[in-house]
Design a protein. Sequence first.
Length: 100
Amino acid sequence: ECWERGLKNWEIIRADATNLEPKNSPESVEASLDTNFDGAVFIMCHGGIGQAMLLQALGLDIEMYGKSRRYALDNCDCIEFEWMDGENLCNRWRRIHPTE
């Protein structure tokens, strides 16, 4: 369930981002999901959904879910993803730790 929810979250996030600044005026949201997206995205969510979204952004498949501590997230962990112009996968990511 977390995997499917992560996919839906990315569809919404990327569609919203491309609708804010359409670069090639795509005919539909579906057309814009795979292209025309660049910039950074900040995510804070349930650990399981966050892990699924991280793996998806990196192009890893569901078999990696729960297999590596590197990609494990706690609830309310904050993650920043960065995409280069026109890329489908993020080129960098990092955990953001709140400061007091």
